[in-house]
Design a protein around this ligand. Structure first.
Ligand code: ATP
Length: 259
């Protein structure tokens, strides 16, 4: 079987979501191929974030289905979807401000022994728990090193800049050992130097095997990162294609510029 004949890692079919009279997402389809960086673009209000929320079941679809890694996930709770290997970040990074940067990462690692109350007290010193925590601390330190946040390891997450919070959120996603990361506007509100670094991190993580779906308004970022781009407008699929095809498509220009 060739790589191109593999089923998509993520597919959405006929997703619909209305808020009162607003049809935010109407019959939308999407496919994300394994190992790729896929862009999701569209003018303000096109339904991109609503689609992300539906993919993760952060909100329930009115209709439609989502299949991830061969399994239907649209009825699973978000935390379960994360355990299956799909994790997201937010447009405005959501960190636990009053915890340290390190603790923000440690909390994200799934299947920790301490998640069960029965494991937390008399067994607390069990060597396996101690070695688990050591392993997670080492992994967290590696991630912070890779995103250039080592010097902030013990700082409150709330003291980070907007761009650093985005990096912390991405680091937290990596702690779950994901197959697919959904990034909601990783470059929004971030200075140009940090945008370049964020793009380099995404490319490196992708080369290490992680697939990405990225919402972004910064077209330079989309064009430099993505293998394929899906375009939404007014809650509907407009087209999908390579970055070059999307950039030169008359319908896309019209949707953005109203020409
Ligand atoms: P942007 O690029 O500005 O972030 P977007 O493409 O992500 O926009 P959405 O945020 O998904 O678009 O919004 C799509 C439409 O749905 C908009 O008209 C928005 O006002 C509406 N909408 C989204 N969430 C809600 C909600 N919880 N209640 C009511 N309307 C909503």
């Amino acid at each position: 079987m060739t790589a191109t004949s593999l089923p998509p890692l993520l597919s959405a079919n006929g997703l619909c979501k209305s808020f009162g009279g607003i049809n935010a997402v109407q019959n939308v389809n999407l496919e994300v191929e394994q190992g790729k960086i896929v862009g999701l673009i569209g003018p303000n209000g096109a339904g991109k974030t609503t689609l992300f929320n539906l993919l993760c079941n952060f909100i329930s679809p009115d209709r439609g289905s989502v299949v991830f890694d061969g399994r239907p996930i649209h009825a699973l709770p978000c935390h379960n979807i994360c355990l299956q290997g799909m994790v997201r970040t937010f447009q405005v990074a959501r960190v636990l401000s009053k915890l340290s940067v390190l603790d923000n990462l440690l909390l994200a690692a799934p299947h920790q022994t301490g998640e069960k109350l029965s494991n937390t007290w008399i067994f607390a010193q069990r060597p396996s728990i101690v070695s688990e925590e050591k392993r997670l601390r080492t992994r967290a330190a590696e991630i912070l090193e890779s995103v250039g946040l080592s010097h902030m390891i013990h700082a409150y997450a709330g003291s980070l800049s907007g761009g650093q919070r985005k990096l912390l959120e991405m680091g937290r996603a990596l702690m779950t050992d994901p197959k697919l990361i959904l990034l909601d506007e990783p470059a929004a509100g971030v200075n140009p130097t940090l945008i370049k670094q964020i793009c380099e991190h995404i490319k490196r993580w992708n080369q290490q095997g992680i697939t990405f779906l990225v919402i972004e308004h910064n077209m330079e970022v989309i064009m430099s990162l993505c293998d394929r781009v899906w375009v939404l407008a007014e809650g509907q699929n407009l087209m999908n294609g390579t970055p070059a095809e999307v950039q030169s498509n008359a319908k896309v220009l019209e949707a953005y510029l109203g020409q």
